[in-house]
Design a binder for this molecule. Sequence first.
Ligand code: FMN
Length: 194
Amino acid sequence: MHVVLLGGSPSAPSTTWRLLQLVGERLAALGHRTVALQVRELPAQALLRAEFNDPAIVEAAALVAAADAVVVGTPVYKASYSGALKTFLDLLPQDGLAGKLVLPLATGGSQSHFLALDYGLRPVLASLGPRHILPSIYATSEQLPWDPEQGLAPHPAIAARLDAGVAQLAHELQQLQQLRLLQAVNGARAPVAA
Ligand SMILES: Cc1cc2nc3c(=O)[nH]c(=O)nc-3n(C[C@H](O)[C@H](O)[C@H](O)COP(=O)(O)O)c2cc1C
């Protein structure tokens, strides 16, 4: 199945992006095809001026449209998700997540704003009509130490949440794949009108 890793941090390097990459590696190991999409790499003017027809925006929106699941990652900025992520979500069609699974992730400087995903981002994602938004995963930068040689080494509590999140997403992707197969078989068997 096809999974988009949607990174909403304007920064590089980005703790959030590293977390998304870790999730992507786990999903790839389970046989899923992952595609990276970082909002910071899209043209800033097109994002800020809502230029829906900009070729890079059209291409990015098409990647999302083709996905079975989207893992959305954002840093917490001013007690909510990043403005960079919002500029891109605003350019998706109203049903831009229809039929898709969504796993929201966030990183923050402290635990103070761990609800930002649920009170801020989740309603926005829900408005785009996804099949299911999985439980959110929140980690502080301190819980996500990174070493150039070892890579990202999440603290045990976060590692456990990531394991559970990836397992649930993989399970639901499998169910979705079976449903699609069933629909394809039933569609092929449907009687042709005379
Ligand atoms: C402009 C700005 C605003 C921030 N606001 C908050 C905040 O309100 N709450 C919080 O917990 N962390 C806040 N942080 C810290 C970031 O969320 C945290 O460092 C995060 O891991 C950065 O992720 P990134 O490296 O992917 O950009 C803020 C950081 C910046 C640069």
